[in-house]
Design a protein around this ligand. Sequence first.
Ligand code: GTP
Ligand code: MN
Ligand code: MN
Length: 635
Amino acid sequence: FQVVTEVVTHKLNHIPIFKGDFASLPPKVQRFVAEKAELMNPAGIYICDGSQKEYDDIVDKLVERGVLTPLKAYENNYLCRTDPRDVARVESKTWMVTKDKYDSVCHTPEGVRPIMGQWMSEEQFGVELDARFPGCMAGRPMYVVPYSMGPIGGPLSKIGIELTDSSYVVLCMRTMTRMGQKVIDALGDQDFVRCIHSVGLPRPVKAKVINHWPCNPEKVMIAHRPKEREIWSFGSGYGGNSILGKKCFALRIACNIGRDEGWLAEHMLIMGVTNPEGQEKFIAAAFPSACGKTNLAMLTPTVPGWKVRVVGDDIAWMKFGEDGRLYAINPEAGFFGVAPGTSHKTNAMAMESFQKNSIFTNVAETADGEYFWEGLEKELKERKGYSEEQLKQLEITNWLGDRWHIGDEGKAAHPNSRFTAPAAQCPTIHPDWEAPQGVPIDAIVFGGRRPEGVPLVFESFSWEHGILVGALVKSETTAAAEFTGKNVMHDPMAMRPFMGYNYGKYLEHWIKLGKAPNKAPKIFHVNWFRETKDHKFLWPGFGDNIRVLDWILRRVSGDEDIALETAIGYVPKRGTINLDGLPRIDWNELMSIPKPYWEEDIDESRHFLDSQVGSDLPQPIRDELDKLEKRVHSL
Ligand code: GTP
Ligand code: MN
Ligand code: MN
């Protein structure tokens, strides 16, 4: 028995080619394109080559149609306003489709709805597909977007092909991935991840299209078939739902591939930190959406002598090497970052990254053709030399397209408005950011928005304890998804919205990979967001976070007496975090481990793990929880 590679060339019945050479595509790609074109019935097929000219042509067309507005103050920067109903990921419309339900979700008790992924049966998926995709691209071009996650041809890299009827998605994919002909050249006869995306509004359009942004909010579906390595996304053009290389492939599908192949796909930044002695170490850090990854990765240290360089700001693919060390690559090629709050004060390197060749989605625009969002008021005033009065009079068009002034009701930019910028434009991009084999990780850091009870930093006692710490990550909800209000929610490993398979099995995979001869990195937890009773942050954060990274990396080196053992882990001895030059820090409050808080937290954590992971919870993690509980009771 022999596996015969596909040699048949495929025919496109009646569907014209708008651009590219269909016949020169690898047979597997031809077949994928032909089958899906047949299903979705586009007006024609546009095979993307990834060139600058192609990008420019699409931009010109979108400007003409009013989808993009040039931000005149910069070179090649554009503003895009979406339909206001299509502004964030939709977790409630995101599914994993597997034959066995428990490949996707855990054995939760009767009546408990799993929060780490939703499962859909194959039968149901068939029904949902039939209700959406047949003919869904009528009257629109179908773009064929070949792309690589990770440097093309690298040992950790993977190829995907996205079919989409959104030209906005094509532009974003070119910035966020390595995209175009060179990927087809590298693909040859190999398999690839199949990605199908439609805005879900065939022509002639009967619904009212708002802001020239076609979408179909009532019928949104983001479905993944991990076994088939397939993604089907319908009805939304918002990045997290439509730039399929990102969350859908690089996290949900990739964690399945990693499970099969022995590596990890994580919602983590990757950064290189060089101390004043010139030694560099690498950190991978997982915080939930809108909790500070992009900011930390691009941090400008406030302590002299330190240097931070960014490898990635959102996703890490990590594999233990022959030498037993954990190596990480950033599978992406761009930043899709939260705009509000970003300023020269908080994140100068992000600001420098998007001065050109960038797309801003749902931000506001000033009369001078500059972008604007909450957090830029002060630097705008200073840069322009405005008086308070002049600042308030500045004509701004808010993200909804309405006239707006600073001080007016509502927001200038949507809280989840985003910039899309090429990573290579970041002044602190690491020289090895495209190293195909990745960079060696010395420390893993978890964190979240924890207004209460959780100290600035602590170190876990072991790999297994560290996994428990990750498994118990919680955070106040943010605007990155559809949740409203400020609740502290579980977001284990910062992966709740991105889990691609049974979370108990995922924890097992982590445990297994950290065993000897592999040298597991130390695991830490940080909390930049602890508050005083009157809701002020206890820690200045941003550039001052270097002071915490300093302590973490000294712990990794391990030759100083700087840690104190507590019930929840090692914490810094007083005086071992450099506070020089900071306003007064309430160290006791920042570092306290209140017994009543932690007793309640343990009960809640146990309930969470019992109800959400149930019988799938690996015994070593249960043991760690028992040990933690004992330690907390004897605080
Ligand atoms: P995704 O890209 O959605 O995965 O989120 P992210 O983790 O990259 O979050 P990002 O770095 O964009 O931060 C989001 C918000 O957190 C912004 O409003 C920041 O201003 C705020 N933030 C980031 N770092 C800090 C910090 O150290 N202290 C405080 N107080 N706020 C911070
Ligand atoms: Mn993210
Ligand atoms: Mn980010």
